[in-house]
Write a protein that binds this ligand. Structure first.
Ligand SMILES: NC(=O)c1ccc[n+]([C@@H]2O[C@H](COP(=O)([O-])OP(=O)(O)OC[C@H]3O[C@@H](n4cnc5c(N)ncnc54)[C@H](OP(=O)(O)O)[C@@H]3O)[C@@H](O)[C@H]2O)c1
Length: 281
């Protein structure tokens, strides 16, 4: 079998880094991309084939794909759309440009990259597109509106794409992680500080609780798993002849994935508010 090639976004840290290293060790040819030059250099020093790719920048998306194709003779087996971030804040405090920035990274950049790769996969008659969505792509939680919206949108786009790719040999899978140990919370905290003004918000009082959670070191949520838990599902999505449409990762995803199908909406709201730590106090 020829060596399989995969392009992964957001490999500077966290899940992307873990999956890149895990697949490299498994024999894949991994293009581990990152948006900052210093991270690309650090990945290269670790022995990974790394390129710059910033989802907010179309030129960098196309330059990275061109380079991968030049190096592989036009072949690419899989794409792991991993990169993303969470913008915390109450929905009524989200300025238009803040929501737009969340979508630029978590959806529009992903779409542009994916649409660049699909014709190549079509020509090969095979391919795997793996989307790193989230438990928060399945259920809403207070103060996660921007992130919820971007991941719900990713879910919708991916479901449609899968239907449209029927018979093409290209499989689309969604990974639905709950809490995973990474820099996600630290990066979300930075986005909160950058874009939310708690002093002039009707949610002022509640933000103190959110800030405490964002600033907490170590696992903030019960049932947090290491990123290797995602790697395991990515391997299945790459290697199974019949990859799953959705891969649940962590107990909270299984729990919320189940109750959202059976509970009435109001009861579900109460459970989700309680789980998020934003229930009535
Ligand atoms: N950790 C969790 O609990 C959890 C749960 C569910 C879903 N997820 C999803 O898992 C994915 C990976 O997150 P993580 O947990 O590994 O968090 P992380 O440690 O914060 O890593 C996020 C990665 O995305 C990159 N990134 C952010 N904006 C980018 C852009 N515009 N272009 C290219 N790369 C960009 C980051 O690069 P920089 O280092 O340059 O910022 C970093 O490499 C995300 O899509 C996230 O939504 C995470």
């Amino acid at each position: 079998m020829k060596q399989r090639t995969i392009l992964i976004t957001g490999c500077s840290t966290g899940i992307g880094r873990c999956v890149a290293e895990g697949l490299e060790a498994r024999g894949y040819r991994v293009f581990a991309t990152a948006r900052k030059e210093e991270d690309v250099e650090a990945l290269q020093e670790k022995g990974l084939e790394s390129l710059r790719l910033d989802l907010d920048d179309s030129d960098s998306i196309h330059a990275a794909v061109d380079e991968v194709l030049a190096r592989t003779g036009g072949r690419i087996y899989a794409l792991f759309n991993n990169a993303g971030y969470g913008q915390p804040g109450a929905v009524e405090d989200l300025r238009r440009e803040v929501l737009r920035a969340q979508f630029e990274t978590n959806l529009f950049g992903v779409l542009e990259l994916t649409n660049r790769i699909i014709p190549l996969m079509r020509a090969q008659g095979q391919g795997r597109i793996i989307q790193n969505s989230s438990l928060l792509g399945l259920a809403a939680m207070p103060y996660r509106g921007a992130y919820n919206a971007s991941k719900f949108a990713l879910e919708g786009l991916s479901d449609t794409l899968r239907l449209e790719l029927t018979g093409s040999g290209i499989h689309v899978s969604l990974i639905e992680p709950g809490p995973i140990k990474s820099r996600f919370r630290a990066n979300a905290h930075a986005a909160y500080k950058r874009n939310i003004d708690p002093e002039h918000s009707a949610h002022r009082g509640r933000y103190a609780n959110l800030e405490r959670r964002l600033a907490k070191q170590g696992p903030a949520a019960p049932f947090t798993l290491p990123p290797e838990a995602v790697l395991k599902k990515v391997i299945h999505a790459l290697e199974s002849p019949r990859p799953k449409i959705r891969y649940y990762v962590t107990v909270p995803t299984h729990f919320i994935g189940a109750i959202r199908r059976v509970l009435p909406y109001r009861t579900l709201d109460r459970v989700l508010a309680w789980i998020s730590g934003e229930g009535k106090r």
